[in-house]
Design a protein around this ligand. Structure first.
Ligand code: NAI
Length: 253
């Protein structure tokens, strides 16, 4: 059977991903700060805001996996250094560590967000950040370059560009990396988004679509990208938002 590592498996989208994979007969190795309440093959406690904790978890994990599904993330209600650390630095560190931990044909899938859609406007800064080599250097770059506006959005912009930039690096080793960009999903984090982005914005989208996404709506696409059926999808970021991004970008709403 396939062997996967899932971060954020203790809640929301990550939990739904873990359930799908287990149902398909795969092993699920969970990395989260909280212990999952649903069954997993193995749980390793980690603080993804802390590079030392990530290094310890990687030692415990070892190699020979078919996928890293990096779902964990924090909302903009957390301190901005934590938001950048978990959503961007940990995602990059783990993805790079899995270049040598994945079996041939394996892949990384990172859950970023439609909130990162503005990355083309900030590409020069983002490329400057991506030129840093380590978690610590990236954290220092972020501390030295206070970003205008919303750190959550910026953290997801960086993560989406990282994925686009890494496709060919993964391909060289017979591996893939992709991102899933959800719109609002009905999980515990949504209450934080109502606080930071406004309940009108968040629930207005549900008004437009008839409902918010379920964790399962997102998990299906994560699992697809990690499967062999997506073998020629690489360095890609896929909006999974019921159609809102397409409507906004085409100027139809
Ligand atoms: P959630 O809050 O239900 O789950 C997040 C998980 O990440 C939790 O299990 C939590 O313990 C874990 N986590 C957070 N900080 C951690 C840390 N420092 N160390 C280890 N684990 C940590 O949220 P949800 O909705 O499942 O979010 C998953 C991903 O989806 C996040 O990256 C989020 O930014 C993204 N997303 C969510 C949307 C939504 O509306 N729910 C919309 C767009 C993106």
């Amino acid at each position: 059977g396939k062997r996967y590592v899932v971060t954020g498996a203790a809640s929301g989208i990550g939990q739904a991903v873990a359930e799908l994979l287990l149902k398909a007969g795969a092993e699920v190795h969970s990395l989260d700060r909280n212990t999952p309440t649903a069954p997993v093959t193995r749980h390793i406690e980690v603080d993804l805001a802390d590079p030392a904790s990530i290094a310890t978890a990687l030692d415990t994990l070892g190699g020979g996996y078919d996928g890293l599904l990096n779902v964990a993330g924090v909302p903009g209600t957390a301190p901005s250094s934590t938001v950048f650390a978990v959503n961007t630095l940990a995602a990059r560190t783990l993805a790079e560590a899995f270049l040598e931990r994945l079996n041939t044909g394996g892949s990384v899938v990172i859950v970023s967000s439609t909130a990162g859609f503005g990355w083309p406007q900030r590409l020069p800064q983002i490329r400057e950040f991506l030129a840093t080599d380590t978690f610590e250097e990236g954290a220092q770059w972020f501390a030295d370059h206070p970003q205008e506006g919303n750190t959550y959005n910026f953290s997801k912009e960086c993560t989406t560009v990282f994925v686009h930039a890494m496709g060919l690096v993964f391909n060289e080793l017979g591996l893939r990396i992709n991102a899933v960009l959800p719109g609002p999903v009905d999980t515990p984090i949504l209450e934080d988004f109502r606080e930071t982005m406004g309940a009108d914005t968040i629930d207005g989208l549900a008004g437009l679509l008839g409902r918010h996404a379920t964790a399962g709506d997102i998990a299906e696409v994560v699992a697809f990208l990690a499967s062999d059926a997506a073998r020629w999808v690489n360095g890609e970021a896929i909006n999974v938002d019921g159609g809102v991004s397409g409507a906004v970008l085409s100027g139809s709403v």
